[in-house]
Write a protein that binds this ligand. Structure first.
Ligand SMILES: NC(=O)c1ccc[n+]([C@@H]2O[C@H](COP(=O)([O-])OP(=O)(O)OC[C@H]3O[C@@H](n4cnc5c(N)ncnc54)[C@H](O)[C@@H]3O)[C@@H](O)[C@H]2O)c1
Length: 341
């Protein structure tokens, strides 16, 4: 398939592109390149792509494409809370526009990178399945719910949207993010000897390795239409349904000499959900996640050591919010996060 991969120069896209290529697909990227230089280790070999803002996509970008995998977004809660209206412009309106253009161009399948944080304040009790009530507690999560709703309305006999609700990702990517929980805690452990948890550690936060997300999207691309058409899927595995305190314990075991410090200074985090991942396994027989949290912590610790992660890079270069703030302060991007020419 010829696949348009938006966000191909992000944390997940950089891992996903080679997995798609290895599966025999032709990948064309599309990304504004906001974090293209945020690389830890050797520079990745990106597929050919369009450097374009999602808000400026035209019919030309989707012409001749068999499927779209849509990852490009302001990708976490802090970014979303920085400028909620921008989050809705980029994550919601521009995504729906892209989907319409894709449908009009005859693109058959549209895999949308949603998130388990659509469940929001689901509490810690029963496992939440895809039909559970959606209770987003941030603009970021709300933007994902709105896109799911609008794409659902576009589904028809020729256009198959699929809602991939990923757990929180972890693991090494050449375009690292240190602002997601496991990647962050391993970095803290190595740099300071402390596995620093600012919340009270109690929230449930299911995790999934970036490579497992890449494999899940690749499988969804060619799964029988009737198995995935207009359906939502939680992407992850039950063994990685863990509390933040448990994640911290795993990190302390993986990074020798480090110890867990739970400060609780940010209080209880309302985002808490334990997730049922069985629907995707049933829809795509043979698929399962391969990575555990512990394996991911060991992999990250090795990568951070090998590529000599510094405190400065940890706090600035690999923290999405800090990168955008710095670009804005330097006048490189305007206040709508568009590159100034
Ligand atoms: N990483 C996770 O834990 C996680 C979990 C669930 C869902 N997701 C979703 O997966 C997707 C990818 O996440 P990621 O971790 O790779 O994030 P990321 O921030 O590393 O990558 C996002 C990419 O989108 C691009 N982008 C942002 N705004 C753009 C715009 N206006 N025009 C064009 N490109 C733009 C960025 O340049 C970047 O390359 C996002 O939609 C995110 O919400 C991520």
């Amino acid at each position: 398939m010829r696949v348009l991969l938006t966000g191909h120069q992000g944390y997940l896209g950089t891992v996903m592109a080679p997995v798609l290529t290895a599966a025999g697909h032709e990948v064309v990227g599309l990304d504004a390149g906001l974090f293209a230089d945020c690389v830890l280790g050797p520079a990745p070999a990106d597929p050919s792509g369009h450097r374009v803002d999602l808000r400026d996509v035209t019919a030309e970008h989707v012409a001749g494409v068999d499927a779209v995998i849509h990852l490009a977004a302001l990708s976490n809660d802090p970014l979303g809370s920085l400028a909620p209206e921008l989050t809705y412009d980029i994550n919601h309106h521009a995504s729906v526009r892209l989907a319409r253009l894709a449908r009009d161009a005859g693109v058959g399948r549209f895999l949308y990178a949603s998130t388990c944080s659509v469940y929001g304040a689901a509490g810690g009790g029963d496992l939440v399945g895809e039909d559970a009530p959606l209770r987003p507690v941030t603009p970021y999560a709300e933007s994902k719910v709105r896109v799911e709703d609008d794409l659902h309305a576009l589904a028809d006999g020729d256009f198959t949207p699929v809602f991939m609700r990923n757990a929180t990702a972890f693991g090494y990517s050449p375009r690292l993010r240190a602002d997601i929980v496991l990647n962050n805690l391993v970095g803290h452990a190595l740099l300071s000897g402390e596995v620093l948890v600012l919340s009270d550690g109690t929230p449930w936060r299911p995790l999934v390795h970036a490579a497992d997300i890449a494999r899940a999207f690749t499988a969804a691309l060619t799964a029988p239409r009737e198995a995935v058409h207009d359906r939502a899927f939680n992407i992850g595995s039950e063994i990685n349904n863990v509390t933040v305190a448990e994640i911290a314990e795993q990190v302390a075991e993986a990074v020798s000499g480090s110890k867990v410090v739970i400060t609780g200074e940010t209080g209880a985090d309302p985002r808490s959900y334990r997730v049922d991942f069985s629907r995707f396994r049933a829809a795509v027989p043979g698929f399962d996640c391969e990575w555990t949290v512990k394996q991911g912590a060991l992999e990250l610790a090795d990568a951070y050591r090998e590529h000599r992660l510094t405190q400065e890079d940890f706090e600035r270069r690999f923290t999405r919010l800090a990168v955008l703030r710095a670009a804005s302060d330097a006048g490189v991007v305007d206040d709508t996060l568009r590159w100034r020419r």
